[in-house]
Design a protein around this ligand. Structure first.
Ligand code: TYM
Length: 354
């Protein structure tokens, strides 16, 4: 499967050719803590860029988060904070539909329909479940069937483009598999989505060089306190090659992090310094601290304003849920009619948009 390139502007089709479904962007993000740079550069930055590319739906995946967050008050506050952070980072509720996953119960019903066409072996191969098992952690059925819920999330909105980081591509393949099987059995019900990755952020490294992830405790968070962020950056692991030795910027995770937040000219200058040698990693870390603070400064300001107005965020989420339910309801009705769950409405159920 080829990841989707940037979606084209609505191209005119010759009258004889079947037009592709309209671009509909969808993605979800878990509210399991503060967003880190992996979330931002891998996914959120794309959400914002794509909110003008067609219809866009973005949601906070609280049902998925239930597999890890077990404190109700904390989950509630994480969901609210996630919405604040997304809007502060540039998600515009006037352009995109922003909602909370559990506010759309149609998706959990659709999950069951997909579960009935999902082979166990497909889920056994999924890495989120495999990773947890291999680390000796208890995995529940929620974690095991996580990709089925994720598939329903995507299919419920007839999404065509799903902006994500590399770690989610396998789940989108599962989604395509399930949609294909269902369509094969019951007719053209679901639209097959494609993942969309950005080269510069598909796999953001953490402070230790592995993929940035909360489970590896190697994150740099978008909105963390600047003093704490500075400490983390100054502790980023580096190799012990001598100062004067020329180095390749392209295989250094410290440089990769710097490249994400530094203005173009500074990035090129730093790459040159690497190639020449004669610099210390401490210098790069200091430059990274400064570039990171500048890069997110405006979003920090917006976030402070939004935090002071919780009712505004809740109104955005309520409006988003109403819009999302309308769409998911139509797809669910179509799927139920197709597989024989609705009596008397089969003929009336709308077909998938051509
Ligand atoms: P989640 O919450 O773990 O991550 C949210 C997004 O951030 C991306 N990401 C990264 N990208 C690049 N480098 C990294 N180090 C990095 N770490 C995280 C993820 O790829 C993701 O795009 N299952 C999903 C949430 C979800 C979803 C969906 C996504 C639920 N339903 C439907 C798309 C469509 C997840 O746990 O993402």
């Amino acid at each position: 499967m080829t990841p989707e390139p940037a979606p084209p502007a609505a191209a005119k089709q010759p009258a004889t050719e079947k037009a592709p479904p309209p671009t509909r962007v969808l993605s979800g993000i878990q509210p399991t803590g503060r967003f880190h740079w992996g979330n931002y550069f891998g996914a959120i930055r794309q959400y914002i860029e794509l909110q003008t590319a067609g219809e866009a739906y973005y949601f906070i995946a609280d049902l998925h988060a239930l597999t890890t967050v077990r404190e109700p008050a904390r989950l509630r506050s994480l969901v609210h904070a996630a919405a604040v952070d997304l809007v502060a980072l540039g998600l515009d509720p006037a352009r995109a539909t922003l909602f909370v996953q559990s506010d759309v119960p149609e998706v959990t019903e659709l999950t069951w329909l997909l579960m009935t066409v999902c082979p166990m072996g497909l889920l056994e191969r999924c890495h989120a479940y495999k990773d947890k098992k291999s680390r000796g952690l208890a995995a529940d059925a929620g974690l095991f069937t996580y990709p089925v819920l994720m598939s329903a999330d995507i299919l419920a909105y007839d999404a065509t483009v799903v902006p994500v980081g590399e770690d989610q591509v396998q789940h989108i393949e599962v989604c395509r598999d399930l949609a294909g099987t269902f369509n094969h059995l019951y007719g053209e019900v679901f639209t097959l989505p494609k993942p969309r990755l950005v080269e510069s952020g598909a796999r953001v490294p953490g402070t230790d060089g592995q993929k940035m992830s909360k489970s590896y405790e190697n994150t740099i968070d978008v909105f963390e306190d600047l003093a704490a962020q500075k400490k983390k950056i100054m502790r980023i692991t580096t190799d012990s090659r001598p100062l004067e030795e020329p180095k390749n910027p392209d295989d250094d995770h410290l440089f990769a992090l710097y490249a994400l937040v530094a203005p173009e000219a500074d990035r090129l200058r730093m790459a040159e310094l690497y190639r020449r040698g004669g610099f210390g990693y401490g210098e790069v870390k200091k430059a990274l601290v400064e570039a990171a603070a500048n890069f997110f400064a405006a979003a920090r300001g917006r976030r402070a304003e939004l935090e002071a107005d919780p009712a505004r965020i809740e109104a955005i989420l309520a409006d988003g849920a109403a819009r999302a339910r309308r769409q998911a309801g139509a797809v669910l009705a179509r799927a139920k009619a197709a597989c024989g769950l609705s009596r008397g409405v089969a003929a009336a159920a709308p077909r998938r948009p051509a």
